[in-house]
Design a protein around this ligand. Structure first.
Ligand SMILES: [Zn+2]
Length: 254
């Protein structure tokens, strides 16, 4: 699904628009003028479906140079190994969570808890995946004509990494850290922390984002910063923020 001249949606489950496996997060394809990147990799139960969607948009999977992972939850990173093999792309993700994926540490990425809670099939496991590059806050790189900057915003998970992409407009790929409407996703599982959110939410200020492209649910192509400002604003009081993802959404996204 073409969103702009530079961004396509090539994977999306039932907490999205139903392009690929039900448990997939939104998987975005970036086109920097023939040089491609994916943002997130889906759950890994139908990576072939994502590859077919890439081809259906007129692109070659072997032109994907990077797979940018927002965080190490199964519905975002489970497909990384299969997509890396199929495309030859480098997997880039936060240095905080890279060891969990290299080692397949399902406790550290809360998969053990999420599976027990019924978010994944009982026999679901992520495939161990090499990580080709570990990212820190502020790291910058390019995908063809697109300039990309990594923003570390722990809260949803310890290594949640957001990507600001400058092209014809400014995009923010926010994973599960912040959603449309300024909603955040605080989970009752290892790695998720209100304190981390409180200490880092200010990193969303002043990004001047046009398009907000989260890991699930709605997205927008204009006016994205106002959603980020709403998330920052919600942390100004002493009470626990109420802009949490709804139970409905939480069931469908880890
Ligand atoms: Zn998540």
């Amino acid at each position: 699904m073409k969103l702009t001249e530079e961004v396509y949606l090539v994977g999306s489950g039932f907490a999205g628009v139903g392009l690929s496996h039900d448990l997939d997060c939104h998987v975005y394809l970036l086109d920097g003028g023939g040089k491609l990147a994916l943002v997130d990799a889906g759950v890994g139960l139908d990576a072939e479906g994502i590859l077919r969607n890439i081809e259906a948009e007129g692109f070659r999977p072997e032109d994907v140079r990077y797979i940018l992972i927002t965080h190490a939850h199964g519905d975002h990173v489970g497909g990384a190994a299969a997509l890396r093999e199929a495309t030859g792309a480098e997997v880039l993700m936060s240095e905080v969570e890279a060891p969990f994926i290299r080692d397949g540490d399902e406790d550290a990425i809360a998969l053990t808890m999420a599976r027990a809670a019924g978010y994944y099939p009982p026999d679901y496991h992520i495939r161990v995946c090499p990580v080709d590059g570990e990212l820190s806050h502020g790291d910058e790189f390019r995908v063809g004509s697109l300039k990309i900057r990594a923003i570390h915003l722990p809260g949803h998970s310890k290594g949640s990494m957001l990507y600001v992409v400058d092209g014809e407009r400014r995009y923010l790929f926010s994973g599960d850290a912040v959603f449309f409407g300024g909603v955040i996703s605080l989970l009752n599982c290892v790695g998720s922390s209100l304190e981390d959110y409180r200490e880092n939410i200010w990193r969303l200020k002043g990004l001047k984002v046009d398009a907000l492209l989260p890991g699930h649910l709605s997205f927008c192509l204009r006016g994205g910063q106002k959603h980020l400002d709403a998330a920052v604003e919600a942390f100004k009081g002493l009470g626990v923020p109420t802009n949490l993802i709804s139970r409905h959404g939480l069931i469908m996204s880890q």
